[in-house]
Design a protein around this ligand. Structure first.
Ligand SMILES: Cc1ncc(COP(=O)(O)O)c(C=O)c1O
Length: 276
C-alpha cells in the first residue's frame, strides 16, 4: 500500500490507541508451533488480503504469543521497558520512516540523538569530548566498543613500529556472553577474571594478571555495570585504576544496569564509570 488508505489507517490507529490505553498490559505467553503454522498457512499469496483480516490474525493469534516487555508484570529478559511516550514517538518515527544515518541526510535526527547522548554522558560524568551513537542493543554496543579498543591499540602499535599481534582483553567471569562473541569477531582473546561473589574488584584483576607470565598483549578491560544474572556493579573505580596504570582501554557494559545511574540514591555505585 503506497497510497493513503483512510479506512486502513483508522483500523490500525484504533488498535494502537486501544493497546496504548491498557494500564496493565498482559504478559501474554508461549506459542504452539503447530497451531501457529495452521494460522499462518497461505497467509502470503498472490492476491491482497483485507487489512482487517490480517490485523485480526495478529491480534487474535500472534500477539498473545509475543511476551509483552511493556507489561508491569514482565520480569524476564531485558529487551525493553518503554514508556507510553516513547511508544507514541516510535509511531512518529515509523510514520516518517526516520533514519539517523548522517548529518547530511538527517540533521534533525542527529541533533536530537546528540542531545540525548550528552544528557547520558553528563549523568555518567564523561568529559565534554565524549560522543557516540545509539546502537540496537547491548551486543552491538559491546562489539563497537571492542572494535574501537582493538583499533586504538593497533594504531598505537603501528605508530610505535611494533608488529601486529593477537591481542587480549580482561573480562570477568560474569561478563555477558556477547563479550565472548564480540571478541571472537574482532579476533581477540579473553583473560577471564574470577570474581568475588559475582563482583569484579581491583584485587581480582590484579590477582588475575599476576598469574600471567607475560601480558604485554593485553589492550583493554571490560567491566560490567549490572550483571545480567544478578545486577551486580563491578568495582568500576578500582578496575579503572588498573586500566589507567597500564594504559588499557576501559569499557563498561551498562546494557542492563546502566540506567541505574539516573537514580540519585544509586549513582555512587557507578563511581569510576567516568573513566571509561
Ligand atoms: C550486561 C549485558 N550486556 C549485554 C547484553 C546484550 O544485550 P542485547 O540483547 O541488547 O544485545 C545484555 C543482555 O541481556 C546484558 O545483560
Amino acid at each position: 500500500m503506497h497510497k493513503f488508505d483512510p479506512a486502513m489507517t483508522e483500523l490500525i490507529t484504533d488498535y494502537v490507541k486501544e493497546r496504548l490505553a491498557m494500564a496493565d498490559t498482559s504478559v501474554d505467553g508461549l506459542g504452539d508451533r503447530q497451531q501457529l503454522e495452521e494460522v499462518m498457512a497461505d497467509l502470503i499469496g498472490d492476491g491482497p488480503r483485507p487489512a482487517k483480516e490480517v490485523l485480526d490474525i495478529y491480534v487474535d493469534h500472534l500477539a498473545e504469543t509475543i511476551l509483552s516487555s511493556d507489561s508491569p508484570r514482565f520480569f524476564a529478559f531485558i529487551p525493553a521497558a518503554p514508556t507510553k511516550a516513547a511508544l507514541l514517538f516510535d509511531m512518529v518515527v515509523s510514520a516518517a520512516s526516520l533514519q539517523g544515518c548522517s548529518w547530511l541526510e538527517a540533521a534533525g535526527a542527529v541533533i536530537a540523538e546528540n542531545q540525548a547522548l550528552r544528557v547520558l554522558a553528563d549523568v555518567a560524568g564523561l568529559p565534554a569530548s565524549a560522543g557516540g551513537v545509539f546502537v540496537s542493543g547491548g551486543s552491538a554496543g559491546n562489539l563497537s566498543a571492542l572494535v574501537v579498543a582493538r583499533d586504538a591499540a593497533r594504531h598505537r602499535r603501528t605508530e610505535a613500529g611494533l608488529p601486529e599481534i593477537r591481542m587480549r582483553v580482561i573480562v570477568s567471569d560474569q561478563a555477558h556472553s556477547s563479550i565472548k562473541s564480540a571478541l571472537n569477531i574482532v579476533s581477540m582473546d579473553a583473560i577471564v577474571v574470577p570474581t568475588s561473589d559475582g563482583r569484579m574488584t581491583e584485587e581480582n584483576v590484579r590477582a588475575a594478571i599476576a598469574k600471567e607470565r607475560e601480558y604485554g598483549d593485553v589492550v583493554a578491560i571490560v567491566a560490567t555495570a549490572g550483571t545480567t544474572n544478578a545486577g551486580i556493579i563491578d568495582d568500576l573505580a578500582g578496575v579503572a585504576k588498573v586500566a589507567q596504570e597500564h594504559d588499557w582501554w576501559f569499557h563498561v557494559d551498562g546494557a542492563y544496569g546502566g540506567a541505574g545511574m539516573l537514580s540519585r540514591s544509586l549513582r555512587h555505585r557507578y563511581d569510576g564509570v567516568e573513566l571509561a
